[in-house]
Design a protein around this ligand. Structure first.
Ligand code: GLA
Length: 731
């Protein structure tokens, strides 16, 4: 049971209900929380009529009528909030689809043809006014969470090829309004996941990656609310996330009549995709939803959707084991004896998975050589990986391994043999990043090589987990081996092959789990998340910086996939010294891992770690699967950061409270919990730290939420955690 303010929502049925009214030509997609309503107007355009809080069935919508134009300059085609537009006629806003025909025609005007309703899926067929280009818009609704999953399929039934130059998975139109505010995520290496906000003014904001991959500069997520809504738990929020791990773009545009629309799909910069006669192009998926519980509610809906519908194993993806990773301890200097020694120490504190990071393969002594040569280095592991894996198993842990499959060092046997396998323009420089080049995964031979070595690695060794890394972005994105008019297909075919390798590997090795890493959090999106169990948010493991990084990350993605390691202090990132307890509590807000050099730990560190890991295991289901409330966000220079996770079944809540720095005798703010049942009794239980001495041992949910809790935190970089447990018989 969820006690959050879902009352209006829970009164409704939890199956999506899709209806068409043939008289008014109105489509309605109703979910427990939302209604999404479209109509076919007099010009046979599909027009959005409403998107927001669930409306009663009795509210009938009149037939759609296109917006009036504005003189001869802005005709209705440009001012009407259409669900999907072709670039043609007098369309001046961002189009959903732009194509070029072999005869030079570039005009495309899409009109509604027909519809199909199949359970929770609605398909609308559109066609160009004269040419045999069809577009099917697909809408799939989650009846409970209200998130819509949209994509489009472009079908070429003309008698020649067509070239797509811009394509959206969906166009989302917001209700007419002039006071919107946009939130989005920005970042860079070791500084990912900064939340930004700005008013939406007339004009266009483009969030994008031109990097060949998702990137950290922007993440393909957005949230829009009304500017005056400053309560993070109240007010309407429209949000969305694009499931695409190649170059992408999301444009947020306020048109000349101050209407806001959002388009998202592969990046149109330098883009072309050739669709042969009779062929089809399927876009990625663009997910969007509406919450009337503020930005906090929007995040929780996305988290639930990721767990229930996106992650491998959904709706019951496996909880993340506590892992150890060797990277920050040993760097490239891995060998059998050293890893075995670390494994013994990791097992002694309760670690469940031991992961050997970079350095185990080819001639990999540093980052200058070896990528591409995926044989076990014979000097470091004279008997292969088996002795280490057996040792790890004997310690009751499973074994994971680092790989970076899409890359090659020029100093490698693979590159010496296949210099033509990289992305390149003939005769132009091969720009290196971290001394490596990008293999062109779009090529069938490269795809076969990458799948082949990974399949063999997983077949020959008992590997439970791969950390799949990707440590640079694209340059010189040429594919000279194919005809000129297919060379830009690389933007799509590369990413499709990445997905197909991942899904084929998972099908053949169903127990293997995979982490998406890209020098930190540069490849995190709902596309890769369908095929990977967890992600690495940042190489920055400083436990204070992580509070900010984790805060930004969880706007879009679940703490259940957010790996967080406890590493050494002072941190390499800032030279900041933090207690081991603080570092643990920061990492326990996500999926806990250990990345410290255990060879340097004192006996008391092992004792602390053993205690904290044991505690984490008792709360991890709530942290990884629960409903997250930001009681105090570490934003705008806040000295505090507090999160609360409420178990899905409501039986407990776990709170983490951090203090950056006390000043001027101010007490720590009183914490008002959220998401509890006001009439149920909860017992409070401190896991680490101290509460104010007048805190009762148990009280009602109303007391904890309305009167609140005082914690005893003073000083610099202090942290504590406590839990509230429902007292049985009082539900
Ligand atoms: C990237 C990853 C790190 C580590 C190194 C290894 O930077 O993000 O965690 O695996 O590569 O080279």
């Amino acid at each position: 049971m969820l006690f959050a303010a879902t009352s209006r929502a829970s009164a409704q049925a939890s199956k999506a209900n899709i209806r068409y009214n043939a008289t008014t030509r109105v489509f309605r997609i109703d979910t427990a929380r939302t209604s999404y309503i479209m109509g076919v107007n007099e010009a046979d355009q599909v027009q959005n009529l409403y998107w927001g809080h669930r409306l009663p069935n009795s509210d009938e919508f009149a037939t759609a009528k296109s917006m009036p134009g504005a003189a001869s300059f802005d005709p209705p085609i440009t001012t009407t909030p259409e669900e999907y537009t072709g670039w043609g006629g007098m369309l001046y806003v961002e189009p959903s689809l732009k194509v070029t025909f072999p005869d030079g025609n570039r005009d495309l005007v899409l009109k509604y043809v027909s519809y199909k309703i199949d359970g929770d899926q609605l398909s609308l067929l559109m066609k160009d006014i004269s040419r045999e280009v069809y577009v099917t818009l697909n809408y799939r609704a989650d009846g409970e969470i209200g998130i819509l999953r949209r994509s489009a399929e472009v079908e070429n039934r003309t008698d020649g090829p067509i070239t797509i130059e811009q394509v959206s998975a969906a166009t989302w139109n917001l209700p007419r309004g002039t006071d919107y505010r946009l939130r989005y995520l920005t970042g860079r290496w070791a500084g990912e996941w900064t939340i930004q906000q700005q008013p939406i003014h007339p004009g266009k904001t483009i969030l994008e990656s031109r990097r060949g991959t998702t990137g950290a500069q922007n993440n393909p997520w957005f949230a829009i609310d009304h500017e005056g809504d400053n309560d993070s738990e109240r007010g309407g929020v429209w949000f969305g996330a694009l499931g695409w791990s190649g170059s992408w773009q999301i444009s947020i545009e306020q048109d000349m009549l101050q209407q806001v629309r959002v388009n998202g799909g592969p990046n149109s910069f330098d883009f072309a995709y050739r669709v042969a006669k009779g062929g089809k192009f399927q876009t990625p998926e663009f997910y969007a939803g509406y919450s009337d519980e503020g930005i906090g509610g929007a995040s929780r809906l996305l988290h639930r959707y990721e767990i229930d519908s996106i992650l491998p194993g959904a709706p019951k993806p496996k909880l993340r084991p506590v892992l150890y990773n060797s990277w920050e301890a040993t760097g490239f200097d891995v060998n059998e004896a050293g890893q075995m020694a670390l494994a013994e120490k990791a097992a002694s504190i309760g670690v469940e998975r031991f992961v050997m990071d970079d350095g185990w393969f080819g001639q990999r002594k540093d980052d200058r050589a070896g990528l591409g040569d995926w044989y076990v280095n014979p000097q470091k592991f004279p008997n292969g990986l088996k002795p280490l894996i057996d040792k790890v198993h004997s310690l009751n842990m499973d074994f994971g391994l680092w790989v970076e499959p899409e890359m090659v060092n020029p100093d490698s046997d693979l590159y010496r043999k296949h210099p033509d396998w990289i992305l390149n323009f003939p005769g132009r420089p091969h720009t290196e990043g971290r001394n490596q080049l990008v293999l062109n995964l779009a090529r069938p031979d490269v795809r076969a090589y990458v799948f082949g070595f990974l399949d063999k690695l997983l077949t020959d060794n008992q590997i439970a987990f791969l950390k799949w890394d990707y440590n640079r972005n694209w340059s010189e994105p040429g594919w000279p081996a194919v005809p000129l008019d297919e060379q830009k297909d690389v933007y799509v075919d590369f990413t499709r092959n990445l997905y197909s390798i991942l899904s084929e590997l998972r099908a053949k090795h169903p127990s293997v789990e995979i982490e998406s890493c890209s020098g930190g959090g540069s490849r995190v999106d709902l596309g890769i998340m369908r095929l990977t169990d967890e992600v690495w948010p940042s190489d920055n493991t400083d436990a204070y910086d992580r509070l900010l990084i984790q805060n930004g990350f969880t706007y879009a993605y679940s703490p259940g996939v957010m790996m967080a390691w406890v590493t050494d202090s002072p941190s390499w990132a800032n030279q900041r010294a933090l207690s081991l307890e603080y570092r643990f509590l920061s990492s326990m807000q996500g999926s806990l891992g250990i990345g410290a050099n255990l060879n340097k730990w004192a006996p008391e560190d092992f004792a602390t770690a053993r205690k904290m890991i044991a505690q984490y295991k008792t709360i991890r289901e709530t942290v990884q699967r629960g409903e997250l409330y930001r009681l105090i966000a570490p934003e705008h220079g806040s000295e505090q950061s507090v999160t609360e996770s409420v178990a899905r079944d409501g039986h407990e809540a776990v709170v983490f409270a951090f203090l950056h720095s006390s000043n001027e005798l101010y007490p720590y703010p009183r914490l008002h919990l959220r998401g509890l049942d006001p009439d149920t009794q909860y017992r409070i239980n401190v896991l680490d730290g101290r509460l104010a001495s007048d805190t009762p041992e148990h009280a009602s949910g109303a007391y904890w939420m309305d009167r609140g809790i005082d914690v005893d935190l003073q000083g610099d970089f202090r942290a504590m955690t406590f839990r509230l447990e429902r007292i049985n018989g009082n539900q």
